[in-house]
Design a protein around this ligand. Structure first.
Ligand code: GDP
Ligand code: PGA
Ligand code: MN
Ligand code: MN
Length: 607
């Protein structure tokens, strides 16, 4: 039996509420050792992981890890929001009674960490001093060292973040389980990822993959956070956040926005190319996956990134698409690569779209750890890296991270955008100035699911505000809460829907995307300023071709531009019927949202 009190004393963990919680779960999981960690432990823990073979070296100060091959993405169907109030049941939150789920998880976790170390990770999902600090603290307990290393990169970790917060912390328990015997994806699936939202308790069993196991990031930073935001007057969204400064006027615009997982948030926030547009603009990175938004005492809408790092999709990340990402994972950054291909002789990593595929197969292993050179012919074309393979690096490694990224005050928000992978219909950008119509647009975000959701790649589905996998309360309440929070802001943000993924008949992307995505965003800010007027359509204001900065775009892009600036009325009218069915699922949806829907439908009929 571990001497919990002694370990916590030595670690300087003085918060009595946290101490009780740790002692309780040490008893349940039966861990053999307890260790309280902080960011300062990183080098030692990395060395231990290297010695244990859990991490492999991938160059100077770079590391490689593999997760179990049936454990490479978030498992949405196994993810549950539980509360003690049945009226919290929504359409997408997989609601279950807390009284049913808690004993089930306790049962699964009982004795499950026998012989292992239970790491105690006190964390803060906010810069210290944030007005939302009381909602941002948590303590993750995990039996997995790699989870600790990832959490140190993704969150602010150390006892100093939680000692003074009393019982204002999220209890986040992670037990990996016996990954080879969990029946992943079968009727006998034993994995459960449960957020008991009204008890601020997260219980995740059966995975070591980041999206299921880094509880500060997704379960707290999104699911629990949005429930807390609902009860306490702020918004928590799967949003990137960036700032654009116009050097000529000195004005700065901050834009946040939601695209479903693996649909371009990280790339958009990191890698816009101001230099390509004549050095007039400067673009800064704030966050790539989560934003918490609130209205300040001055009546302005503020936003902040609660994270401390980037958990980015590796596929197609290269010098051309995202040089900033490449710079943030160079030797010495401490970056961790997960489920990419690895060369056991040279210690290089590779993924599809990084560079030309290596022709010398010597030493190369695919993401499962199998030798590429030994592949049977049927398997010759299988990807080397998993499509949801990732890199993890801290914000401080991102070359264009904003100077004030740690400012607890957050930044004023001027624009909110929604987008996703939509192969037709959605134009490059359409701006929306009405708040209810903007919220309606977010609620009807429809896009193709990606490899970040296990087993669902390519499926077309509605994904309200890109929060479908993280929804914690009913969608009608969610819509009302949005109207209330944004409605309270004195200066309203402009909304827009963007689409970098429209395709031609031959399947090619019609817009070059990536660094070029700055162009439509600049147009949006000019529209907000009244410098351009755009073209009014039933679904919003789209740019007149000549209003977009097109300097330096290649001929193909210029030729395709008319198609992606077009509103296909028939397709939109068909879409309106699907939207009606989608919204009909949400009992008690605010009348303003229905009114916005009818207005768009009527305008389409008249056009
Ligand atoms: P996130 O998961 O939403 O942060 O998305 P990422 O930015 O990581 O991108 C996910 C995938 O989409 C990666 O493989 C990117 O290379 C790809 N991607 C991102 N932005 C664009 C774009 O503008 N155009 C195209 N064609 N692909 C993109
Ligand atoms: P992503 O983040 O949105 O950048 O893919 C991880 C996730 O949502 O699972
Ligand atoms: Mn995400
Ligand atoms: Mn991302």
């Amino acid at each position: 039996m571990v001497d919990v009190e002694r370990v916590l004393d030595e670690a300087g963990l003085t918060n009595t509420h946290v101490r009780e919680y740790v002692a309780h779960w040490a008893g349940v999981t039966g861990a053999e050792r307890i260790e309280v960690v902080s960011a300062a432990d990183d080098a030692r823990l990395v060395q231990e992981s290297l010695d244990a073979g859990e991490l492999l070296p991938a160059g100077e100060g770079l590391y490689y890890s593999r997760s179990y091959f049936k454990d490479t993405a978030r498992a949405e169907e196994r993810t549950i929001v539980a509360t003690n109030d049945e009226s919290d049941k929504g359409t997408y939150n997989n609601w279950r009674p807390a009284a049913e789920m808690k004993p089930l998880l306790v049962d699964l976790m009982t004795g499950a960490s026998a012989g292992k170390t239970m790491y105690v990770i006190p964390y803060l999902m906010a810069p210290k001093g944030s007005p939302l600090e009381n909602f941002a603290a948590g303590v993750e307990l995990t039996d997995n060292r790699n989870v600790v290393l990832q959490m140190i990169r993704m969150a602010r970790v150390g006892v100093e973040y939680i000692n003074d917060l009393g019982d204002s912390f999220v209890k986040a328990v992670h037990v990996t389980g016996d990954l080879e015997n969990l029946g992943q994806g079968t009727p006998d699936d034993k994995r459960y990822f449960v957020t008991v939202a009204d008890e601020r308790t997260i219980l995740h069993f059966g995975s070591s993959y980041g999206g299921n196991a880094l509880l500060g990031k997704i379960a707290h930073g999104l699911r629990q956070g949005s429930y807390d935001g609902w009860k306490n007057g702020f918004l928590v969204e799967q949003f990137m956040l960036l700032g654009i400064t116009d050097k000529e006027t000195g004005k700065k615009y901050n834009i946040c926005g939601g695209f479903p997982s693996a649909s371009g948030k990280t790339n958009l926030a990191m890698t816009l190319a101001p230099d390509a547009l004549g050095d007039r603009y400067y673009v800064e990175f704030y966050g790539d996956d989560i934003a918490w938004l609130w209205v300040g005492d001055d009546g302005k809408l503020y936003g902040m990134n609660p994270e401390n790092g980037v958990f980015g999709v590796a596929k197609d990340t290269n010098e051309k698409t995202n040089p900033t990402a490449i710079d943030s994972i160079v030797p010495g950054t401490g970056a961790i690569f997960t489920n990419v291909a690895y060369n056991e002789k040279t210690q290089e990593v590779w993924w599809e779209g990084k560079s030309e595929k290596p022709t010398d197969l010597d030493g190369w292993l695919d993401w499962k750890g199998d030798k590429i050179a030994d592949r049977v012919p049927e398997n010759a074309d299988a990807p080397w890296a998993h499509p949801n393979s990732r890199f993890t690096t801290t914000l401080a490694n991102v070359p264009n991270v904003a100077k004030d990224f740690e400012d607890p005050a957050g930044v004023e928000i001027h624009g909110i955008i929604f987008g996703g992978r939509t192969r037709d219909r959605e134009p490059l950008i359409r701006a929306i100035t009405d708040i209810a119509e903007g919220v309606y647009d977010g609620l009807t975000l429809g896009a193709e699911a990606t490899a970040a959701a296990d087993g669902l790649e390519g499926v077309l589905r509605y994904d309200p505000m890109s929060m479908r996998p993280f929804m914690s309360y009913p969608e009608a309440d969610y819509a009302a809460h949005w109207l209330k929070v944004i409605g309270a802001a004195k200066e309203k943000p402009i909304f827009a829907h963007v689409n970098w993924f429209q395709r031609g008949d031959d399947g090619r992307f019609l817009w070059p995307g990536y660094r070029e995505n700055l162009r439509p965003l600049l147009w949006l800010m000019q529209l907000k300023n009244g410098e351009v007027s755009g073209v009014q359509t039933p679904v919003g204001i789209i740019p007149a071709r000549e209003e977009l900065n097109l300097e330096g775009l290649d001929d193909q892009a210029l030729a395709d531009l008319d198609t992606i600036l077009e509103i296909d009325r028939d397709r939109w009218q068909q879409e309106m019927k699907f939207r009606e069915e989608h919204l009909d699922q949400f009992d008690g949806l605010p009348e303003e949202i229905w009114a916005a829907h009818r207005r768009v439908a009527d305008d389409l009929d008249k056009s």
